[in-house]
Design a protein around this ligand. Structure first.
Ligand SMILES: *[C@@H]1O[C@H](CO)[C@@H](O)[C@H](O)[C@H]1NC(C)=O
Ligand SMILES: *[C@@H]1O[C@H](CO)[C@@H](O)[C@H](O)[C@H]1NC(C)=O
Ligand SMILES: *[C@@H]1O[C@H](CO)[C@@H](O)[C@H](O)[C@H]1NC(C)=O
Ligand SMILES: *[C@@H]1O[C@H](CO)[C@@H](O)[C@H](O)[C@H]1NC(C)=O
Ligand SMILES: *[C@@H]1O[C@H](CO)[C@@H](O)[C@H](O)[C@H]1NC(C)=O
Ligand SMILES: *[C@@H]1O[C@H](CO)[C@@H](O)[C@H](O)[C@H]1NC(C)=O
Ligand SMILES: *[C@@H]1O[C@H](CO)[C@@H](O)[C@H](O)[C@H]1NC(C)=O
Ligand SMILES: *[C@@H]1O[C@H](CO)[C@@H](O)[C@H](O)[C@H]1NC(C)=O
Ligand SMILES: *[C@@H]1O[C@H](CO)[C@@H](O)[C@H](O)[C@H]1NC(C)=O
Length: 747
C-alpha cells in the first residue's frame, strides 16, 4: 500500500517536473552493446554537507512509472530500499558506491535504447533531475577476407610468388551503427578507406604493393569497429611466399683443375623457398654426378659435383644453376671457364717440309715436338735410341727448344727418336718416331764367308746385304788368280741372293764377290766369299773343366777349323769301372754339361767335331766326379772326436799306424814309377797313329776304335791307355791335352 501510494506521489511529482522542464540538467550519452552490461550515471551527491539523499527514481522515455527506485527516507542511502519494475527486476541494480552512482543494466537489448531520467530527492535541497540517452550498438558480423578472385582465405594466403601483386577484400555485414573497416599490416594501419553497399555491407579493398621477401608470414588484419566500448572484430591472414634464390657461391671456382684427378666442387645457394633445385652444367650439357641436400630449414641448398676433368675440358664453361621450381625464370647462375692443368702432351713429327718415306743419306732432317702443356714445360729432352741428344754442330745435331735438326743424316741415325718434356705435374714422352733413311746396299756382317766344297759337290753360297729400300738387284762375280767371271745364274729375293757352285777342278775354287744395287745406289764394297776345298773339321783344343760336382761335369773347348762346312760336336762319357757309355751328347757349340752321374766315379771323356765330310781327331780326357761319401765320413769322425777323449787317443794310435803304412807304400810306388816313364813315350806315338786311323773312318769307327780299349784295365796298367789325361779333381781347368798328358805321364 505504502509503496503504491509512494508511486502515485512520485509519478505526479515526476510529471510536474518533466512538464515544467526547469530542473532537467545536461544530457549524458551512453552506448550499450546488445547482450552486454551498461552503466547509466547519475549524480546523487547532496549539494550541501548537511543534506542527504531521500529517494532516487529512474524513468524511461515518457513513461511516468519509474522503472527503478531507491527509498532512503527512513535511513541512510546505504540501507535504502531498492525496487524495480517487473521488466527490469532481474537486470538492474543501482550502485551508490561508485561515483557517480550508476544504474547497471545487464543483458541489454535493442529495446533498452531510449532516454533515461534519474530523479534524486534530497531531505533539504531541491530535487535534481539528470537525463541519460542510451544508444544500443549492434556489432557487425566478423569480417570475411577474400582474394582478388573471390576465394575465401583462411588464416594463410598463398603461397604467392615474390613480386606478385595481391588484392585483399574485406567485407563485414550489418552492425549498428555501421562499422568502420580498416586494414592493418601487423600493427600498422595501412588502409581505412571503406565503403558501404546499399545492402549495408561494409567493405575495404586492399591493394598490397608487389610482394617482397620481407612480406613472408606477415599478418594482414581487417578490423571492423562500430563503437569504442568493445574491442574491434577482426580477421587476419598470413602471407605465404615462394622466394627466389638470392645467393650462389661455388667453392673451388676459378682454381685450375688437374686433369684426371677426381675433383669435388660445392655449390651453395640461399634464399629460396621452397628449397632451390641445383644443377651443374658443362657448356650446355647437364652433369649427373651430383649430390644435393639442404640445411637451415631448406633456406640453404647445397650440391656437390664430382668431376674428373680432362684435357678436353680446357676453356669449357662450367656452371652451377639454382632455381626455384615454383617461380619461372628464377634461376641464378654462376660459372667460369675451366683451366685444366695437365702433364705435357707431346707429339713428335717431321718438319712440315719433309716427306718421311724419302729421306736419303745426306739429307737434312727436321723434327718438331708439338707440346700441349699447362703449366708450360720447363725443359725438353731429345732422345735417339734412348740416348740423350745434345747440340753438336760438328756432328750436325742442332736442338732449339722445340725442334731438332739433323744435318746430312747418316745411316747410323736411323731409329727411334723421342722428345720428352717436364712440367710441375710430371714428365711425358712423345710418340716414338722411327726415322728411316734410305741407303745403298751394304754387306751384312757376320755372314759365313768360307764355304768348303768337295769336287763335284754342289754348294749354295748365300749373300745377304742391308739396304733401304730393300728391293735389291744383285751381281755375282767369280775371281781366282787366273780369271774373272761374271755369274749370271743365281736367285735373289729382296736382300738375299743365292748362287750355286759345283767345282770340278782346282780352278773352280777361289773368291766369290756379290754386291747389290737399289734405287739409292750401288754397293761400294762387295761381299766376299771364299770357296775352298772341303774336308773334315779340325779337333777341338784347349779343353777346360768349368765345373765339377758329385753328379755333374761341365767342359768347354775351343773350336777348330770346321773344314769349310758347318760342324757339330760330340762328347761321349765312358764309365771306366762299368765299361759303360754313361752319356753321349751332341752340341752345336764346343761346350758340354753332363749331369746325373754317380759320385766319386772315374770317367773317360771323348770329344770330337763332326761335319758333312767326316770327323776330327778325338780329344780324350779323364776326369772324376766329386766324392760325396768321403766328405760325410770326415764330418762324422770330427763329431766323434769332440765327444770322447778316449777315442781321440785311440784315433791317434790308429793314425800313427796308418801313417807308417802309407810311408811304406809311398816308398814302393816311387820305385815302380821310375820303371814306367820310359814306356810312356812309345805309347804316345802309338796313340797318334791310332787316331789318324779314326779320322779316316766314319763316326762309327770311333766306337770301334774304343771297343778294344779297356778302361778298367787302363787303371791297372796306365801304359796301355793312349793320350790319357790325368785330371786333377781339385783343379778347375785343364790344359792342352798333349801338354798335360806329357806332364801327367812324365811326372
Ligand atoms: C566514446 O565515444 C564518445 C563519442 O563518440 C566519446 O564521447 C567518448 O569519450 C568515447 N569514449 C572513449 C572511452 O573513448
Ligand atoms: C635465408 O637466406 C637469406 C639470404 O641468404 C637470409 O637473408 C635469411 O636470413 C635466411 N633465412 C633463414 C631462416 O636462415
Ligand atoms: C639432386 O638434384 C637432382 C637434379 O635436380 C635431382 O634429380 C635429384 O633427385 C636430387 N637428389 C637429391 C638427393 O636431392
Ligand atoms: C760431337 O760429335 C763428334 C762427332 O760425332 C764427336 O766426336 C764429339 O764427341 C761430339 N761432341 C760432343 C760434345 O758430344
Ligand atoms: C725457343 O727458345 C728461344 C731461346 O732459346 C726463345 O726465345 C723462344 O721463345 C723459344 N721458342 C718457343 C716456341 O718456346
Ligand atoms: C781378283 O782377285 C785379285 C786378288 O785376289 C785382285 O787383285 C783382283 O783385283 C781381283 N779382280 C777383280 C776383277 O775383282
Ligand atoms: C784356352 O782357354 C782359356 C780360357 O778358356 C783362354 O784364356 C786361352 O786363351 C785359350 N788358349 C787358346 C790357345 O785358345
Ligand atoms: C757348378 O754347378 C753347380 C750345380 O749345377 C752349381 O750350383 C754351381 O754354382 C756351379 N759352380 C760354378 C762355379 O759354376
Ligand atoms: C754318340 O752319338 C753320335 C751321334 O749321335 C754317334 O755317332 C756315336 O756313335 C755315339 N757314340 C756311341 C759310343 O754310341
Amino acid at each position: 500500500m505504502i509503496h503504491q501510494l509512494l508511486s502515485v506521489y512520485l509519478i505526479i511529482c515526476h510529471s510536474s517536473a518533466l512538464s515544467s522542464g526547469k530542473e532537467a540538467s545536461t544530457t549524458v550519452k551512453v552506448n550499450g552493446i546488445v547482450g552486454q552490461e551498461v552503466a547509466l550515471p547519475c549524480n546523487i551527491s547532496p549539494p550541501t554537507l548537511d543534506d542527504e539523499v531521500a529517494l532516487v527514481l529512474w524513468y524511461k522515455d515518457e513513461s511516468s512509472t519509474p522503472i527503478y527506485s531507491l527509498d532512503a527516507r527512513r535511513g541512510v542511502v546505504g540501507h535504502g530500499k531498492h525496487s524495480s519494475s517487473d521488466n527490469y527486476a532481474t537486470r538492474t541494480y543501482f550502485s551508490t558506491v561508485s561515483k557517480p552512482a550508476t544504474l547497471q543494466l545487464t543483458a541489454v537489448t535493442a529495446n533498452d535504447e531510449g532516454s533515461y531520467t534519474c530523479r534524486v530527492d534530497f531531505r533539504k535541497a531541491r530535487t535534481r533531475y539528470s537525463e541519460i540517452t542510451l544508444t544500443i550498438v549492434v556489432l557487425p558480423r566478423k569480417p570475411r577476407i577474400t582474394d582478388g578472385k573471390g576465394d575465401l582465405i583462411h588464416k594463410v594466403a598463398g603461397p604467392y610468388n615474390e613480386g606478385d601483386r595481391l588484392v585483399l577484400l574485406c567485407e563485414s555485414e550489418g552492425g549498428n551503427p555501421l562499422p568502420s573497416l580498416t586494414w592493418w599490416k601487423e600493427s600498422e594501419l595501412i588502409d581505412e578507406s571503406y565503403e558501404v553497399t546499399p545492402q549495408k555491407i561494409t567493405f575495404n579493398q586492399l591493394h598490397v604493393p608487389p610482394l617482397h621477401r620481407n612480406d613472408l608470414m606477415v599478418v594482414f588484419t581487417c578490423r571492423a569497429s562500430n563503437n569504442n566500448i568493445s574491442l574491434p572484430i577482426s580477421s587476419s591472414v598470413k602471407i605465404d611466399l615462394n622466394l627466389r634464390p638470392v645467393q650462389l657461391e661455388i667453392d673451388g671456382a676459378y682454381e685450375p683443375l688437374i686433369s684426371g684427378r677426381l675433383t669435388e666442387l660445392e655449390c651453395r645457394t640461399s634464399g629460396s623457398r621452397p628449397p632451390a633445385v641445383i644443377t651443374w652444367w658443362k657448356e650446355n650439357r647437364k652433369l649427373k654426378r651430383t649430390k644435393n641436400w639442404t640445411t637451415h630449414n631448406g633456406n640453404i641448398s647445397i650440391s656437390t659435383l664430382t668431376f674428373q676433368p680432362s684435357l678436353e675440358d680446357s676453356g669449357k664453361y662450367l656452371s652451377c644453376r639454382a632455381e626455384n621450381p615454383e617461380i619461372k625464370e628464377s634461376a641464378i647462375e654462376n660459372g667460369w671457364k675451366l683451366e685444366i692443368h695437365h702433364v705435357p702432351v707431346l707429339s713428335l713429327r717431321l718438319g712440315s717440309k719433309l716427306r718421311h718415306s724419302h729421306i736419303q743419306e745426306g739429307y737434312d732432317v727436321y723434327f718438331e715436338c708439338d707440346i700441349l702443356a699447362n703449366p708450360w714445360v720447363t725443359n725438353i729432352v731429345w732422345k735417339f735410341e734412348r740416348k740423350e741428344l745434345s747440340t753438336n754442330t760438328s756432328a750436325g745435331i742442332i736442338i732449339s727448344n722445340q725442334s731438332l735438326v739433323l744435318q746430312k743424316v747418316h745411316r747410323s741415325m736411323r731409329g727411334r727418336y723421342t722428345c720428352s718434356a717436364t712440367n710441375p705435374l710430371g714428365n711425358s714422352v712423345s710418340n716414338p718416331f722411327h726415322l728411316k733413311i734410305q741407303y745403298a746396299p751394304l754387306c751384312r756382317t757376320g755372314q759365313k764367308s768360307v764355304y768348303g766344297a768337295a769336287r763335284h759337290e754342289t754348294i749354295k753360297i748365300f749373300c745377304d746385304v742391308e739396304a733401304d729400300p730393300g728391293d735389291v738387284k744383285f751381281y755375282w762375280r767369280f775371281n781366282n788368280t787366273k780369271e774373272v767371271l761374271d755369274i749370271t745364274t743365281f736367285e735373289s729375293k729382296e736382300t738375299r741372293s743365292k748362287a750355286t757352285f759345283s767345282p770340278t777342278g782346282a780352278a773352280d775354287y777361289g773368291m766369290v764377290l756379290c754386291w747389290g744395287k737399289n734405287s739409292i745406289g750401288t754397293q761400294k764394297k762387295p761381299c766376299l766369299f771364299h770357296l775352298v776345298p772341303a774336308g773334315p773339321p779340325s779337333s777341338v783344343s784347349n779343353c777346360s773343366l768349368q765345373n765339377q760336382t758329385e753328379h755333374s761335369i761341365e767342359l768347354e773347348c775351343s773350336e777348330g777349323y770346321d773344314g769349310g762346312l758347318s760342324q757339330h760336336f760330340v762328347m761321349e762319357v765312358h764309365d771306366t769301372k762299368l765299361h759303360k757309355l754313361r752319356a753321349n751328347l751332341t752340341s752345336l757349340e764346343s761346350r758340354f754339361y753332363v749331369t746325373g752321374l754317380p759320385p766319386g766315379t772315374d770317367f773317360v771323356v771323348i770329344i770330337y767335331a763332326v761335319n758333312a765330310k767326316g770327323r776330327s781327331h778325338a780329344v780324350i780326357l779323364r776326369t772324376r766326379t766329386l766324392t760325396f761319401l768321403l766328405k760325410q765320413s770326415q764330418e762324422e769322425s770330427l763329431w766323434q772326436m769332440t765327444f770322447s777323449p778316449v777315442l781321440i787317443v785311440l784315433v791317434a794310435v790308429v793314425a800313427g799306424l796308418v801313417l807308417l803304412a802309407c810311408l811304406i807304400v809311398l816308398g814302393l810306388k816311387t820305385r815302380s814309377k821310375l820303371h814306367r816313364s820310359k814306356d810312356t813315350k812309345a805309347v804316345k806315338a802309338d796313340a797318334s797313329d791310332e787316331h789318324e786311323v779314326v779320322n779316316n773312318k766314319n763316326i762309327n769307327g770311333v766306337g770301334e776304335t774304343f771297343k778294344g780299349w779297356e778302361p778298367v784295365e787302363s787303371e791297372k796298367h796306365p801304359a796301355s791307355v793312349p793320350l790319357l789325361l790325368q785330371v786333377q779333381t781339385s783343379s778347375p781347368t785343364l790344359s792342352n791335352p798333349s801338354e798335360t798328358s806329357e806332364t801327367a805321364l812324365y811326372e
